[in-house]
Design a protein around this ligand. Structure first.
Ligand code: ACM
Length: 688
């Protein structure tokens, strides 16, 4: 009895401690590593002064930032002891301590931030900004806290594609401000791609004169309408570019926010715009034919190196990104110059030819004290000796690179591509496809379990990628970035043990409000609809887990679990990439389910989807038939699609027979519309 009472009291005590813990959390993003809140508040008056032991020249910049912030702190010029707010540089506590770490203490008497670097002080100040609540008049109220914080990863990035749709300097600065708020420190600027060249190169002014504008209102019209470029003064011209002065201004603006700008100059693929201007650098020698540079032509190297020389003048970043993704290598196979180069260099295939280019670029960059960064295709044909790999086609590239002793930035499509739908596509503006919720981004751990501790040390960080094909306006781009970027920020900064989805979601709701109040256009998280209802529960039906015979094969990329996928009871979600949709490429779907014995049937149905961007089509026709013996089939239903291939939106359609039949075998045929490279996707044949 006594023992029971003690355990009961202990349990109540534990519960209370648990509650207190919860109440005392700081609600900021990213969540600090250690934080302790006590009762009480500190009120910051208008024009409060601060003091600091920073060197004079660094101080100036920081002073201006603090003065311009909503807290409008002023530098104490008189008695330093008087100031209630202190920013102090201290020696690092250990050799291993990140220079970006900081400690923050808010007491009833004032605020103290200390850090081993200005970057640390800056992050401490960002934490303060998020903790501040507007009080009466122009005062701000802070909870009393002790925070000890440092980042999980040194690389915490945001990538922006400004080729598909040009974005102004002001827009870029606005995103840099948000990055600083969430303690992100790398801005990967995708400046060149087939849809437009965006950086002034003084040696080659033709690039921006002839390939920075398009005579179409947006990327989609350009893509579908002939993919031409034009000069700025052409009627209807859309686009733009950054002068070198603009780019330097961005670099400086970012630097003041402790963000490094990493420029990307695409090669050897995604280069249609360069080759329209300089067709002699392509294998065909003609404009609007190739998207890849001719690697057999030495002029290609001269051009790329001249461009990189100017790029390095503008961008002090150690990393220079050279793209490397998605090159279509077919022209190299037939090109006499490329073939000659392969022979001379002893290269056995075109992947090695690409690798040859990347190796030479790395040598060039290294000779100029820079490091090469590239998408994971740079692994193919042999990785350049010191290259860092950005793993985007899943994590495999990153895993191989880390195992080979190379630094890695994780940006896998399934977690980090903010161009996918963030909510039910039926409620969203058009996107490229997929379905990537805030929760899924948040769940990401950039260190794959298969890596040893030593290998894991090569994972330098994580990055959100924002490809802009379907983001024609700046508002739309922000809508896709926020709040998902906040989840990437917490993945990048906060140790996994400290992450907590419920708390993060509460913070994200608060931050969405902050973003709205500060002129951003985030997705309204409070209105999230969520996953496709069909995917929420298992469907029981007569065909469940019965044998299925495939007359046509499903594609190895989309098996959805194999031969039982269409009768496993699992319905698919919003995206065909969720491993519940089975895919058929360039073929009809023709399957027969064996119910084991003659059975009374009243309904046979399967659902398909259409998404024209990735060539996912509804079937042109569906034929549903049944049989008692598996030899003679009676057609029950013959249906035709009512959705044209010009439909841009994601569409779902169920093709169903309803009636009365007695059969052991059910045959479901979905006929492809015959478009080369076309897919059919279905998730379940539901038999009732
Ligand atoms: C990429 O998404 N092509 C890197």
């Amino acid at each position: 009895m006594k023992k029971g009472l003690v355990s009961c009291l202990l349990f109540i005590g534990f519960l209370l401690a648990g509650c207190r813990q919860k109440e005392s959390e700081v609600l900021i993003i990213p969540q600090p590593q250690l934080s302790k809140v006590s009762s009480g508040t500190y009120r910051l008056q208008q024009q409060t002064t601060f003091s600091s032991n920073l060197p004079e020249e660094e101080n100036q910049e920081f002073i201006e930032y603090l003065q311009a912030s909503p807290l409008a702190l002023q530098l104490e010029t008189g008695d330093l002891q008087k100031s209630e707010v202190k920013f102090t540089i201290v020696a690092p506590a250990t050799e291993k301590e990140s220079l970006e770490s900081y400690q923050l203490s808010v007491t009833e008497k004032g605020i103290s931030v200390s850090a081993p670097s200005v970057a640390g002080l800056f992050y401490g100040f960002q934490t303060l900004l998020q903790l501040a609540e507007q009080g009466e008049g122009d005062t701000f109220v802070f909870p009393l806290v002790e925070i000890k914080d440092s980042p999980r990863f040194p690389y915490r990035g945001l990538h922006l594609d400004v080729s598909r749709h040009f974005r102004t300097k002001e827009f870029i600065k606005k995103q840099l401000d948000a990055m600083a708020r969430y303690k992100l420190n790398r801005f990967h600027w995708h400046l060149t791609d087939g849809a437009g060249w965006r950086l002034e190169i003084k040696r080659y002014p033709e690039l921006t004169e002839q390939a920075a504008y398009r005579p179409y209102p947006n990327w989609k019209a350009w893509w579908k309408g002939g993919r031409k470029y034009c000069t700025k003064d052409t009627p209807g011209a859309q686009g733009g570019y950054y002068t070198q002065e603009d780019a330097k201004e961005i670099v400086e603006y970012a630097r003041q926010r402790h963000i490094t700008v990493i420029p990307e100059i695409e090669m050897p693929g995604h280069s249609e715009e360069v080759l329209a201007v300089f067709p002699q650098l392509s294998c065909s020698g003609k404009p609007y034919v190739n998207s890849e540079f001719c690697i057999g032509n030495e002029d290609t190297f001269t051009f790329l190196q001249n461009v990189l020389l100017e790029v390095m003048e503008i961008f002090p970043s150690e990393y220079i990104h050279v793209g490397g993704d998605e090159a279509d290598m077919t022209s190299w196979k037939k090109c006499p110059l490329c073939q000659k180069k392969m022979k001379e260099e002893g290269l056995s295939d075109v992947k090695e030819l690409q690798s040859y280019l990347i190796h030479r670029m790395e040598k060039f960059l290294n000779d100029h004290n820079r490091q090469l960064l590239g998408w994971d295709e740079i692994l193919e044909g042999g990785l350049a000796p010191r290259a860092t790999v950005m793993s985007w086609r899943g994590e495999e590239g990153g895993i191989s690179a880390a195992k080979a002793g190379h630094d890695v930035i994780m940006t896998p499509g399934g977690y980090c591509y903010l161009d996918a739908y963030q909510d039910a596509p039926t409620t969203q503006p058009e996107a490229i496809g997929g379905y990537l919720t805030l929760e899924k981004v948040y769940s990401y751990n950039p260190v794959p379990e298969v890596l040893t501790k030593e290998e894991a040390a090569y994972i330098q960080g994580v990055q959100a990628n924002v490809w802009a094909e379907y983001m024609p306006t700046p508002e739309h781009m922000e809508y896709m970035i926020y709040p998902r970027l906040l989840a990437v920020a917490e993945v990048a900064w906060t140790q996994p043990d400290n992450k907590n989805w419920e708390r993060f979601h509460r913070c994200a709701l608060k931050e969405v409000k902050w973003l709205q109040d500060n002129g951003y256009h985030p997705f309204d998280l409070s209105k999230e609809v969520g996953e496709r209802p069909e995917a929420a529960s298992l469907v029981e039906h007569l065909g469940r887990m019965k044998p299925v015979k495939y007359t046509t094969p499903y594609a190895p990329q989309y098996t959805a679990g194999g031969d039982s996928a269409l009768v496993d009871g699992y319905r698919g979600g919003w995206t065909y990439g969720d491993k519940r949709w089975q895919g058929f490429l360039n073929t009809d779907m023709d399957v027969t389910v064996d119910l084991g014995k003659v059975t009374d049937i009243s309904s046979i149905a399967a659902e398909f989807m259409q998404l024209s961007g990735p060539y996912v089509w509804l079937p042109r026709e569906v034929i549903i038939s049944v049989s008692e013996d598996g030899k003679t089939f009676t057609e029950q239903q013959h249906l035709y699609t009512d959705v044209p291939t010009t439909e841009d939106r994601l569409v779902f359609r169920t093709y169903q027979w309803e009636g009365k039949a007695s059969a052991r075998y059910v045959r479901y045929q979905a006929l492809s519309n015959g478009i080369e490279g076309g897919w059919l996707f279905t998730d379940e044949i539901v038999i009732k």
